[in-house]
Design a protein around this ligand. Structure first.
Ligand code: NAD
Length: 480
């Protein structure tokens, strides 16, 4: 007999309780091996003064059960309330965001009838770490952090997901022709991991071309895995062109915990009227069952739902004269899904999920040999008409026995030696000093900084130049 799973249920606000009742009735009728603990989060918690919307006793239950099925909640306007979703995602390390964009044409109108793709977006790293600085009056920067373990996790998740859901192809999208180290690491790990999944086709696209193809020909994509920012943009494009955002479920998955929900909000305008479409949450619950390694219950629910959709039983949000047969309310739609459990759709494609759930280990990498071979010293400099040759001459003098000035760039363009007078220069200069030997001691870097500071130049930051097992861990300047 299959193991039972105790999960946490948040009934949410607005239409939340109605669509959750519908989903729980279907889970029960499908004999999903689940037990439930209910928590109160959202509007009532916010209004009683809990700024996160999650009282501490609810946290205890969420952390104990590890799986949360959540109906949408209402975030009150103003008042310093924090987004509950962001809090849950960050606190529980939910590193993967998974969103399917699918058309259910001809039963639900869609501009891309053949579209059926899933975007798996890294959820914690990239530019979203929120590490930003203003360094000179003219220049701001943000740190884009891409880690090996974080990347390996999301890429393995994408391949495991493809296997569990019987999908054939995983497409990775990066901009590694420009960002060779950060996006380059993501692409490299994708290639490494892909070799362990010979049953799944793997392809890579540069994100700009990939996004253009997604908009023009979404039918050609299956599973897309990408970095946080690109995934954020792509999943909105995909949702928009599928024409079924109201039907979509989404998952936020971590190593220990996961949260499943509908993509839409709490729709207070239609709450309590028995007209809300429960499909987003029903499909999220089916995703949750695949995650838990319960593919039979997951596919039975999804196939019954597809039958109700192709039988033309539609809630008002998707009801269209000519396409739909009967307009139904939340409760009747739920009854219709329950009646169809055990059946497969005839016109829409039935789903078949694989056993096993999504489990994998991250490979321990041996630590490479790291050598310090130089330093990029960043200066705020606004003297002498910003003439790079003047700055270059000063810094050559300051180089010393262990480090010598190799080049200066401004916004990444080499301006010394042999810069061009046409290059526009801001007040933010990267001055690359390299070791005169094979490597250099950190103390020599600090001595260099003291000399530069002593010469009246304004050091705003440094980046050490390392090699890892002899391979440069930094981008090269022009002509280097
Ligand atoms: P919304 O998605 O709740 O509603 C947008 C429109 O879509 C409304 O006209 C609504 O009636 C309709 N709609 C949404 N879901 C529907 C469904 N299942 N069936 C039929 N019609 C549906 O977005 P909103 O109005 O911008 O936000 C309302 C509240 O929801 C806000 O407090 C917002 O903060 C919250 N919200 C919560 C989540 C979440 O919990 N994950 C997500 C988005 C918005």
């Amino acid at each position: 007999m299959s193991q039972r799973h105790r999960i946490t249920i948040a009934r949410g606000d607005g239409i939340g309780p109605e669509i959750m009742d519908s989903t729980l009735r279907i889970l029960e009728a499908a004999n999903a091996p689940l037990d439930f603990d209910f928590i109160e989060i959202g509007e009532s918690a916010y209004l009683s003064g809990v700024l996160s919307g999650i009282p501490s006793e609810a946290w205890d239950v969420i952390r104990r059960n590890r799986i949360l099925l959540k109906a949408p909640i209402t975030t009150p306007q103003g008042g310093g309330y924090k987004s509950l979703n962001v809090t849950i995602r960050k606190t529980l390390n939910l590193y993967a965001n998974v969103r399917q964009s699918k058309s259910y044409a001809p039963f639900v109108s869609s501009p891309h009838p053949g579209m059926n793709l899933v975007i798996i977006r890294e959820n914690e790293e990239d530019l979203y770490a929120g590490i930003e600085h203003q360094q000179t009056p003219e220049v701001t920067q943000v740190l884009k952090l891409i880690t090996r373990p974080g990347t390996e996790r999301i890429i393995r998740y994408a391949f495991e997901y493809a296997r569990s859901y019987g999908r054939d192809t995983v497409t990775c999208m990066t901009k590694d022709n420009i960002m060779k180290h950060t996006d380059g690491l993501f692409h490299k790990i994708f290639q490494e991991v892909a070799e362990e999944y010979p049953d799944i086709q793997a392809e890579h696209m540069i994100i700009d071309i990939g996004a253009a193809r997604l908009a023009a020909q979404p039918e050609r994509f299956d599973v897309i895995v990408t970095l946080n920012l690109y995934g954020d943009i792509l999943s909105d494009i995909a949702a928009q062109i599928a024409g079924s955002v109201g039907l979509a479920g989404s998952a936020n998955v971590g190593t220990e915990m996961a949260m499943f929900e509908a993509v839409h909000g709490s729709a207070p305008d239609i709450a309590g009227k028995d007209v809300a479409n429960p499909s987003g949450l029903i499909l999220a619950a089916s995703q949750m069952l695949v995650h838990l390694g319960e593919p039979e219950a997951a596919q039975s629910i999804k196939n019954a739902w597809l039958c109700a959709i192709e039988d033309g039983l539609h809630t008002p949000d998707i009801y269209r004269e000519g396409l739909s047969r009967t307009e139904v309310g939340t409760k009747s739609f739920t009854d219709a899904v329950i009646e169809r459990l055990g059946r497969e759709p005839k016109k829409l494609e039935a789903v078949h999920y694989n056993k096993g759930g999504i489990h994998f280990d991250i490979t321990e990498q041996p630590r490479p040999e790291k050598q310090l071979t130089g330093v990029d010293v960043f200066l705020d400099w606004n003297e002498d008409g910003r003439d790079p040759d003047v700055l270059g001459a000063k810094l050559v003098e300051l180089g010393g026995e262990h480090l010598r000035l190799k080049m200066i760039t401004n916004r990444g363009v080499k301006v010394y030696p042999e810069g061009l007078p046409e290059t526009f220069c801001t007040d933010h200069w990267r001055c690359r000093f390299v070791a005169t030997g094979d490597s250099v001691a950190p103390a020599a870097v600090f001595e260099l900084l003291l000399r530069i500071d002593g010469a009246g130049l304004d050091v705003i930051k440094t980046e050490h130049l390392y090699t890892f097992d002899g391979v440069a861990g930094y981008s090269l300047g022009q002509g280097e």
